[in-house]
Design a protein around this ligand. Structure first.
Ligand code: FES
Ligand SMILES: [Fe+2]
Length: 411
């Protein structure tokens, strides 16, 4: 990664760091204008859930994984998004492809492998053969089968965008959504990490409650010293400062404690307070939570080396189910791989036993209408921003409408 880019990234992060330190020193934070009220049925209604799948999840770009999960030509993985099985592959030119895992002959699932390396996919039903960029290469017993134009029978291919070491796709082959407009410059901020040079270390997948209930927990720090008192400690911050690029957000903490257990994850910049700006290091400047609308959250950690946990929270089959995949990627291989895995287990347990168990506990009360709306405080700005954007995207009439909403940016 060129020094130029890192300098540029550093320059982008400096104004944020100055703002964080200003608030840390003054003991202040920015607040949203008002307390927000959101109907409880937004989390429980089946029709609403179906609309979110069609108009949000299948309409905006979704991160399918980090580039370093499929670093080499021929590498592929399969992934399910909104009941659609996809193959994410890297072809011989190095380009990432997102292909729908459905054979064009009679619809069989092409591969059930979770990952592998292959330039071709052969359908297990009648043996049709596809390239890893989706072209139909060979029809078995072609003379017997009869003539069709192979060019019209490749695998359905989704719009893909690879930037900042992350791979986005839109779950609609016909989408007209402009991915750079959607990203609103946010990928330029994420480029500061140089994820494209990092390595894939580990991955875990597990169930959670409604996808937005699960995602809400990644959007505020208010709960941290209470819900995570046993793990992050009672003295962890409950304040967050929010910075946004279109629907995407970065959260840092205006805290003054140094060397706190939550330093990397919550984005404490206290170590920089007494240093001159030219001594502010790029790594510390990137600390905190980076949420990529609508399903991804990226948070730093240290596990015998610098790393990030990329959490991808996808809706499950039903309104009250989600599937989370945690991708652990690191700048270099961990110094002690076993200890690193133990730390990843710990992060997974925190999310499952504290965040998701508590999220699940709120579902019956919301479903039964015991409370008819939920509240997001002026200190829960990240959630307010997220839910306003979900509403905006849901209400967009078509892809053109969405593009103009993203181009216009701010709410
Ligand atoms: S369904 Fe794939 S070859 Fe027949
Ligand atoms: Fe949490």
């Amino acid at each position: 990664m060129s020094g130029n880019l890192n300098n540029k990234g550093r320059n982008n992060l400096l104004p944020i760091a100055r703002d964080v330190i200003k608030h840390a020193k003054a003991g202040t934070m920015r607040q949203a204008k008002d307390v927000m009220r959101l109907p409880a049925s937004n989390y429980t209604d089946n029709n609403r859930f179906a609309a979110e799948l069609e108009k949000v999840i299948k309409r905006v770009p979704i991160i399918l994984g980090p580039s370093c999960e499929i670093p080499n030509p021929g590498d592929f993985k399969t992934i399910n998004v909104a009941e659609t099985s996809l193959i994410l592959s890297r072809d011989k030119s190095g380009k990432a492809n997102a292909l729908i895992n459905v054979c064009s002959h009679r619809g069989a699932c092409l591969t059930k492998k979770e990952k592998g390396n292959s330039n071709r996919f052969t359908c297990p039903y009648h043996g049709w053969n596809f390239s890893n960029s989706g072209e139909l290469i060979a029809i078995s017993s072609e003379d017997d089968f009869g003539k069709i134009d192979k060019n019209n029978y490749g695998l359905k291919s989704l719009p893909v965008y690879e930037s900042a070491g992350l791979i986005w796709a839109i779950i609609n082959p016909e989408s007209k959504v402009d991915i750079p407009s959607f990203l609103s410059g946010y990928d330029k901020m994420l480029e500061t990490f140089s994820f494209s040079d990092w390595i894939f270390v580990s991955k875990r997948t597990f169930k959670g409650p409604n996808w937005k209930i699960a995602y809400d927990g990644y959007l505020e720090y208010y709960h941290v010293p209470v819900l995570h008192r046993e793990t992050f400690g009672v003295d962890a911050t409950n304040r967050g400062l929010y910075y946004s690029w279109g629907p995407h957000q970065h959260i840092k903490s205006p805290a003054v404690e140094k060397g706190h257990i939550a330093t990397e994850t919550l984005g404490y910049l206290a170590e920089l307070i007494d240093k001159s700006e030219d001594e502010w290091d790029l790594e510390t400047l990137t600390y905190g939570v980076w949420t990529v609308f609508p399903t991804t959250s990226i948070a730093s950690f240290d596990a015998g080396g610098r790393g990030v946990l990329i959490s991808q929270i996808l809706p499950g089959k039903k309104v009250d189910e989600s599937i989370t995949t945690q991708y652990y990627i690191m700048e270099k291989p961990p110094s002690d791989p076993e200890a690193a895995e133990e730390q990843f287990d710990f992060f997974q347990q925190v999310v499952m036993n504290e965040d998701y168990a508590t999220g699940a506990s709120s579902q019956p009360g919301l479903k039964e209408g015991i409370i008819d709306h939920v509240l997001f405080g002026r200190n829960e700005q990240g959630n307010q921003h997220f839910h306003l954007w979900v509403e905006k995207v849901l209400n967009a009439k078509n892809d053109e409408d969405l593009n103009s909403i993203f181009l216009n940016g701010a709410l």
